[in-house]
Design a protein around this ligand. Structure first.
Ligand code: ADP
Ligand code: MG
Length: 470
C-alpha cells in the first residue's frame, strides 16, 4: 500500500480511530499509476471524439489561431484578461526580442459582477485603467484595439467572435449563454463611452500559449491551474475532422481542450470520494466540470472543508467542534491548503492560526493540526497527480513533437503556489513518457501569460487581417 510507507500520513500522537480515519482518507485520495493510466486512455478517446464533432464532453474549441508569433513583432496593445477570480486590464509593449513590458491593473471580480453585471463591471475597470493613465482616446480617434482573454467555453466562430456555451467557475450571469461574448464586451464598453474593437478573443490557455510562443519557438502547450483548469495546444489541422474552413498555411491551429469538463455528466472514471460528490451536489453546476473540481483553486479548499467536517462529526478532529465560519460553504480558501502543506514549524503555528483565527474554531490540539496538514497534502497532491492525466494525453497525442525540445507554459495560482505541485506533476508525467522524450519537455511558469498573450493575440490578429486585406 502506497500510504503505509508514507510517513506524512502517520500522525504522531493520534488515537487508533484517528489514524484509521486518516488511513482511509489516504486510501481514497492517493491515486495509483495504474488508475492514472486507465484515465489517460479514456481522456485521449474523448479528445478524438471532440475533434470529430461538436457538442461532446471535451469541447476541443477551435481557436482560429493558426499563427505563431516570431518574437520579433513590436508594438503596444491593450488587453483584458477575465479569469474566474480576477480581472486584469493591461497595456503590453512587445519589445521585438521575445520580451514584453506591461502596465496593468488588477481588479477582483465582485459578487455582483459574477452574478449580474459582469460586462458592465469589465467596462468600468477598462475605463478606470485608461482614465488613471490619461489613455482614453479622443472621440475622433479610431476605436481602441483590444485582445480579450475570456476563460469560459465558447463556440468560437472567428478569431474575434464566439458564443458562450455555459458558465463555469462560479459565474452565473444571466443573458449571456448563446450570445457572442465579444459583442457583449464591445456593447458594454460603448455604454461607458469607449469605442473599442476586440481584435481577438481566446481562452487563458491559448493566450498563455501565445505569450510563451512569443519568447520561445518550442512552446506547444498552455496550461492553467488557477480558479479553474484547462489547456490548449497546437493541433495538426488534418487531425481536426470538425474543421470546415480552409487549411491554413501553417497547417496547425491552437485548440482549447476545455478539459475541466472531463467525465462530466457521466462521473464514470475519476476517483471520486464522498467529499467530492458532496461538493459537486451543492455546487452551481452539479455533474459539470468534475475534473476541474478535483484540481483547481476554486474547489480544493471546499473538498478539504468537507473532509475536516467529516472527521469532526465523528469527533475525530477538533473534539467535534466547528464554527459558523467553518460551517459555511467555500470558507476554506485553497491558499490555506498551500500554507498548511508548507507549515513545518514544531507546533504547526500557521495551521493553528488558520483553524483558530481564520476559521474561528476555539481550540485545536497538535494532533488536530497534524491531521489538518495531512488533509491539505492529500487534497493538493491528488490534484497534481490528476492534472497529469490531461498533460500526458495531450503530450502523447503528437508524439513526433516529443523528439525535439518542447515547452509547456503554465499559469495560475494553484500551479504557482501550492508547494510541490510542479514537482509532483513533472515526476508523475515522467512515468508515462519514455525518458528520452521526457528529457525534451520543459515545464515553465508563464507568469501573467494570459494577459500578455491577449496582447500577442491582438497583434497577430491585426497583422493577419491587414495582410488578408491587401
Ligand atoms: P484566475 O483564475 O482569475 O486567473 P488565479 O490564477 O490567481 O486567478 O487563481 C485564483 C485561484 O487560486 C482562487 O481559486 C484561489 O483560491 C486560488 N489560490 C490563490 N492563492 C493560492 C495559493 N497560495 N495556493 C493555492 N491556491 C491559491
Ligand atoms: Mg488567470
Amino acid at each position: 500500500m502506497l500510504h503505509n510507507s508514507d510517513a506524512r500520513f502517520r500522525i504522531e500522537g493520534a488515537s487508533a480511530a484517528q489514524q484509521q480515519a486518516v488511513d482511509a482518507l489516504a486510501q481514497q485520495f492517493l491515486v495509483s499509476d495504474e488508475r492514472l493510466a486507465a484515465i489517460v486512455k479514456e481522456f485521449r478517446r474523448r479528445m478524438e471524439v471532440g475533434l470529430a464533432a461538436d457538442c461532446t464532453m471535451l469541447k476541443m474549441v477551435l481557436s482560429h489561431v493558426v499563427w505563431r508569433p516570431t518574437g520579433r513583432e513590436t508594438g503596444s496593445y491593450f488587453a483584458i484578461d477575465l479569469g474566474g477570480t480576477n480581472l486584469r486590464v493591461l497595456r503590453v509593449t512587445l519589445d521585438g526580442a521575445g520580451g514584453a513590458t506591461t502596465e496593468h491593473q488588477k481588479f477582483v471580480l465582485t459578487e455582483d459582477a459574477k452574478r449580474r453585471t459582469l460586462f458592465d463591471f469589465v467596462a468600468q475597470c477598462v475605463e478606470t485603467f485608461l482614465d488613471d493613465r490619461s489613455l482614453r482616446p479622443a472621440a475622433s480617434a479610431p476605436p481602441l484595439s483590444i485582445g480579450f482573454t475570456f476563460s469560459y467555453p465558447i463556440d468560437q466562430t472567428s478569431i474575434n467572435s464566439g458564443t458562450l456555451l455555459y458558465w463555469t467557475k462560479g459565474l452565473d450571469v444571466p443573458g449571456c449563454v448563446g450570445r457572442d461574448v465579444v459583442r457583449l464586451l464591445e456593447d458594454a464598453l460603448l455604454r461607458v463611452g469607449l469605442r473599442a474593437r476586440v481584435a481577438g478573443v481566446a481562452s487563458d490557455t491559448v493566450s498563455t500559449l501565445l505569450a510563451a510562443a512569443y519568447a520561445d519557438p518550442a512552446a506547444q502547450m498552455g496550461v492553467i491551474f488557477g480558479t479553474g483548469t484547462n489547456a490548449a495546444y497546437y493541433e495538426d489541422v488534418a487531425a481536426i475532422a470538425k474543421w470546415k474552413g480552409p487549411d491554413p498555411p501553417s497547417r496547425e491551429m491552437a485548440v482549447s481542450i476545455e478539459w475541466g469538463a472531463f467525465d462530466s455528466d457521466e462521473l464514470a472514471i475519476l476517483p471520486y470520494t464522498p467529499h467530492d460528490i458532496k461538493l459537486d451536489r451543492k455546487s452551481l453546476n452539479p455533474r459539470r466540470q468534475v475534473y476541474e473540481k478535483m484540481i483547481s483553486g476554486m474547489y480544493l479548499g471546499e473538498v478539504a472543508r468537507n473532509v475536516v467536517l467529516w472527521l469532526a462529526d465523528q469527533r475525530l478532529l477538533l473534539d467535534g467542534r466547528s464554527s459558523d465560519v467553518l460551517n459555511a460553504m467555500w470558507s476554506v480558501d485553497t491558499s490555506y491548503l498551500s500554507a498548511a502543506a508548507l507549515d513545518d514549524s514544531p507546533d504547526l503555528s500557521e495551521i493553528r492560526e488558520i483553524i483558530e483565527k481564520t476559521l474561528n474554531v476555539p481550540m485545536s490540539t497538535l494532533v488536530d493540526r497534524r491531521i489538518f496538514k495531512a488533509i491539505a497534502i492529500l487534497v493538493g497532491e491528488r490534484a497534481a497527480r490528476l492534472s497529469t492525466v490531461g498533460l500526458v494525453a495531450t503530450l502523447t497525442k503528437r508524439p513526433a513533437l516529443l523528439d525535439r525540445p518542447l515547452t509547456v507554459a503554465m499559469d495560475g495560482s494553484m500551479y504557482e503556489h501550492y508547494p510541490g505541485f510542479d514537482r509532483i506533476m513533472t515526476e508523475t508525467v515522467s512515468r508515462f513518457i519514455p525518458a528520452r522524450q521526457f528529457a525534451n519537455i520543459r515545464f515553465s511558469l508563464a507568469k501573467d501569460g494570459s494577459g500578455i498573450g491577449a496582447a500577442v493575440l491582438a497583434m497577430l490578429a491585426t497583422q493577419h487581417s491587414a495582410a488578408a486585406a491587401q
